[in-house]
Write a protein that binds this ligand. Structure first.
Ligand code: ADP
Length: 542
């Protein structure tokens, strides 16, 4: 073999932020703060503060390989931490503030975090958990003062801006190997105990490049990207890396993610492309209908994390001319695995066939390989055969952090990662997620996809949100139960819903019963939690 004669430069986080500050110095990062004010600065300014923060971390005793935790909403200081922590060879461990205090403490202990940076709005969660945190965990509030940190448990908290003010501005970044760990995120425990995924510099840079290469409308120089998806979950889908890499602005929305707040923010900042889970878009689209218009400048909405319902795609595209891109991924896949960017041209679609295409989760990103396995056999990519989805690629986990037991069962003999999702792949490469295997309903000999039934139910005018779960049945083993949150003012009845579904679904797929509730339980990442729903609805004594 002949070795290529090219320079070997490492793919690192530092290379991204240095590129942004050199090539797009005046491109902006705008943050909505918890207090309702607006903060904005450029990539050049962000890069300068990231250098100061790196010096601060070193002064606090953070060494390469140490884990540094964040507990924060999407904002500029959180962005700075991503780059400063990784830049000195330490690991940015994002914690999910929606987790219960006990689970947070377990995760902090498992990760052996050295320092915890937290938003002042989350101070009470930190003080509640303090007794359960390791004694030597150092605390820094991401603010310019101690407001909110008055409780005795937080007596020794340090202040972010004070630390920065005392730090030298220039950071001589170490030459890191690209395989060094940069980030750590625990799965949110929707279907099992949380497990740590340890991202490397290389996997994060390649993931960001691959997301850009998928060809969304948003990720281009000069555009404005809104990650509604949190920085604390799976790298906000890689956007804090991809936006500076490509020269797009970032708008970081802080804690207010309801429809009216998002609308106002998007309208004011002329957001081009907004990324988030379907539950977030339910609120936004309601607000768009209320105002009779879209936020100015909005071209595209990226929907992932759970299936995008047809009614949502049609609403955005037909009513408001906003292009929807559906995607699939997991914490373990960095997280974006597929995106449904269509070759047939950009913009919005009108025909049913095209909407159907958009219901699929799209094609794999560069470097992502997919296969479908049923009963140990690899299945054809013919759009018909369904089986468990396995994945491999340069940004797919190779094992869980300090968890040999979970790692041992997560891969097949060839090293492919088993996703736990059931899917089909069409001959043209488009992925269709049928369901999580744990959410499929086994009725007689047939599998019923809860996603298909939910999609049909969400197309009925009276249904605002819904979830389908299995209930035990003497004859059929399991049957689907539809749990519905009605649209405001709707008087829709159980019988009307069942009759309407009977005309849209095969007979065996139609739920036997409909239950109306005021709200559905959510996971820590903003998806409907079927685990909690099953627990809530379990017959007493089970
Ligand atoms: P959690 O399992 O706690 O939700 P993740 O964010 O890692 O944490 O979720 C990954 C899972 O979310 C996938 O395995 C899949 O079941 C589901 N998922 C992600 N995107 C989609 C999508 N577009 N359609 C259907 N399911 C999706």
């Amino acid at each position: 073999m002949l070795t290529g004669m090219m320079m070997r430069r490492q793919l690192t986080m530092t290379s991204i932020i240095e590129h942004a500050s050199r090539v797009f110095p005046d491109t902006m990062i705008v943050s909505a703060t918890a207090e309702g004010s607006r903060h904005s600065y450029s990539y050049r300014e962000a890069s300068r503060r990231i250098g100061q923060l790196a010096n601060t971390l070193a002064a606090l005793g953070v060494r390469p390989g140490d884990r540094v935790a964040t507990l924060a909403w999407n904002g500029f200081r959180h962005f700075e931490l991503y780059y400063a922590i990784a830049g000195i060879g330490a690991v940015c461990h994002t914690l999910n503030p929606r987790l219960p205090a006990e689970q947070l403490a377990c995760i902090v202990e498992h990760a052996a975090d050295r320092v915890l940076f937290f938003d002042p709005t989350l101070a009470s969660l930190v003080s509640q958990s303090r007794a359960a945190f390791p004694d030597d965990l150092r605390l820094v509030v991401m603010a310019d003062g101690l407001a909110g940190c008055e409780s005795p448990e937080l007596a020794d908290v340090m202040i972010y801006e004070q630390l920065l003010a005392n730090a030298a501005p220039d950071c001589p970044w170490p030459e890191l190997d690209e395989s060094v760990a940069a980030g750590l995120c625990y799965t949110s425990g929707t279907t099992g105990a949380p497990k740590g995924v340890l991202y490397s510099h290389r996997s994060s840079v390649l993931h960001a490049l691959s997301v850009i290469a998928a060809g969304t409308e948003g990720l281009r120089p000069g555009n404005v990207i809104l990650p509604v998806v949190p920085l604390f979950h799976a790298n906000a889908w890689g956007l804090p890396h991809a936006a500076p890499l490509v020269g797009a602005s970032l708008v970081l929305p802080g804690p207010r993610l309801d429809g009216p707040s998002l609308f106002t923010l998007m309208d004011r900042e002329r957001v081009t492309s907004a990324w988030g889970v379907p539950t977030v878009w339910v609120g936004l689209i309601e607000e768009m209908r209320r105002q009779g218009r879209k936020p100015q400048g909005l071209v595209e909405v990226i929907v992932g994390g759970s299936a995008a319902p047809a009614a949502m795609i049609e609403g955005f595209e037909r009513e408001f001319g906003v292009c929807v891109v559906h995607g699939w991924g997991m914490t373990e896949t960095s997280p974006v695995g597929t995106l449904c960017t269509l070759p047939e041209g950009r913009g919005t679609l009108t025909t049913g066939a095209e909407i159907n295409k958009k219901l699929s989760q799209g094609r794999p990103l560069f470097g992502v390989e997919l296969k479908i396995v049923e009963d140990g056999e690899r299945q054809a990519h013919d759009g018909k055969a369904a089986g468990e989805l396995y994945v491999r690629g340069h940004s797919v986990t190779a094992g869980y952090f300090e968890n040999p037991a979970a790692t041992a069962t997560a891969f097949d003999a060839e090293g492919w990662f088993k996703t736990g999702d059931v899917a089909r792949i069409a001959p043209d490469g488009f992925l269709q997620i049928v369901d999580r295997s744990k959410d499929l309903i086994k009725s007689g000999g047939e599998w019923i996809s809860s996603i298909d039934v939910e999609n049909a139910a969400l197309s009925l005018p009276g249904v605002a949100m819904c979830a389908v779960i299995a209930v035990a049945h003497d004859k059929w083993g399991e049957r689907p139960l539809l749990v519905v949150v009605k649209r405001d003012g709707s008087e829709v009845t159980r019988e009307e819903i069942i009759a309407a579904l009977a005309s849209r679904l095969s007979k065996w797929q139609v739920p036997d019963d409909v239950l109306f509730v005021d709200c559905l339980p959510m996971t820590a990442t903003g998806k409907v939690s079927k685990l909690k729903l099953r627990e809530q609805l379990a017959p007493q004594g089970n």
